[in-house]
Design a protein around this ligand. Structure first.
Ligand code: NAP
Length: 258
C-alpha cells in the first residue's frame, strides 16, 4: 500500500489481537518486517500468516512480556536475525475491574506487571538494541492514563505510569544522543476483544449506561476502530514524526477535551 516503513524492522507486543493486530498489519502494509509477539501464540501466528499471505513480511513468536529473561533472549535473537531493530510497540495489556475499595493486591500487581513493568522491560530492551542505530519506541497508554475512572483503579495507575515513564525514557535517550524517540499513545474507546470482554462482565443496565455515556461524552460519537490507533502508531514509527519525543498522542474522538 505504501512505503512509509520500507526496510524497517518493527516489533509489536500483544500483536495477536485488537490494536496490536491492526498495528502489525498497517506496519506491514507500509513495508516493515513485523515481529508479531503475543502470550497467545496461536493468535500471533495467525496475524503473521495473514500478513505473509497478503504479500507482506512478518514472523511470530510466543512472548510473555512480564518475563525479563525472555525479553533479552528474543531481543538478542532478533538482533542476530535482522541486524537492527527500528521500532518497538509496547502494546500488550490487560484490564481488571475494581475500585479502590474492592481491588485486591494480587490483581493490582498483575495489572502493573503486564501494563507497566513490561513497558519498562520492553523500553530497556529496545534502547539496548537501538542505541547505535536509532529508532522509535511507542508505548500504548490510554485515556485512562490521563483521566480517572473509579472502577479500574489498577489500570488507571498502570497507564498513568506508562505516560510519565515514557517522558523519562525520552529525555534520557535525547540527552545521550541515541536518536531514539519514545512516545506514548492514548487510545479512547476502541472496539477490540478487550473492550468487548469488559462489556460482557457488566450488567445489561450498565452496558446501556456506558453506550449512552459514550454517545454523550465522545464529541465525535461512539467508539473508534483499531486502525485509528494503528495509523497513529504508524505516524510515530515513521520519520514523519522525527521531531516528536516524550509526547502523548491522544486518539479518543475528543473524549479528554472535557
Ligand atoms: P486485546 O484485544 O485484549 O489484545 C491484547 C493482547 O495482548 C491479547 O492478545 C493478549 O492475549 C495479549 N497479552 C495479554 N497479556 C500479555 C502478556 N503478559 N504478554 C504478552 N501478551 C499479552 O486488547 P486491546 O484492546 O487491543 O489493547 C491493546 C492495548 O491498548 C492495551 O495496552 C490496552 O490497555 C490499550 N488500550 C486499549 C483500549 C481499547 O479501547 N481497546 C483503550 C485504551 C488503551 P490474551 O488475549 O491471551 O490475554
Amino acid at each position: 500500500m505504501g512505503s512509509r516503513l520500507q526496510g524497517k524492522v518493527a516489533w509489536v507486543t500483544g500483536g495477536g489481537s485488537g490494536l496490536g493486530e491492526a498495528t502489525c498489519i498497517r506496519f506491514a502494509e507500509e513495508g516493515a518486517h513485523v515481529i508479531v509477539t503475543d502470550i497467545n501464540a496461536d493468535a500471533a501466528k495467525s496475524v503473521a500468516e495473514h500478513i505473509v499471505q497478503t504479500g507482506h513480511s512478518a514472523e511470530h513468536h510466543y512472548q510473555d512480556v512480564t518475563d525479563e529473561t525472555a525479553w533479552e533472549a528474543l531481543r538478542v535473537k532478533m538482533l542476530e536475525a535482522h541486524g537492527k531493530l527500528d521500532v518497538l510497540v509496547n502494546n500488550a495489556g490487560i484490564v481488571e475491574r475494581g475500585n479502590v475499595e474492592e481491588a485486591d493486591l494480587t490483581s493490582w500487581r498483575r495489572t502493573q506487571a503486564v501494563n507497566l513493568d513490561a513497558v519498562f522491560l520492553g523500553t530497556q530492551a529496545a534502547v539496548r538494541s537501538m542505541k547505535s542505530t536509532g529508532g522509535s519506541i511507542i508505548n500504548i497508554s490510554s485515556i485512562e492514563g490521563i483521566v480517572g475512572e473509579p472502577n479500574i483503579a489498577a489500570y488507571n495507575a498502570s497507564k498513568g505510569g506508562v505516560r510519565i515513564f515514557t517522558k523519562s525514557a525520552a529525555l534520557h535517550c535525547a540527552r545521550e544522543g541515541y536518536n531514539i524517540r519514545v512516545n506514548s499513545v492514548h487510545p479512547g474507546f476502541i472496539l477490540t476483544p478487550m473492550l468487548e470482554n469488559g462489556l460482557a462482565e457488566v450488567s445489561e443496565e450498565e452496558q446501556l449506561a456506558m453506550a449512552k455515556a459514550l454517545d454523550e461524552q465522545v464529541p465525535l460519537g461512539g467508539m473508534g476502530e483499531p486502525v485509528d490507533i494503528a495509523n497513529g502508531c504508524l505516524f510515530l514509527a515513521s520519520a514523519e514524526s522525527k521531531y516528536m519525543t516524550g509526547s502523548e498522542l491522544v486518539i479518543d474522538g475528543g473524549f479528554t477535551c472535557h
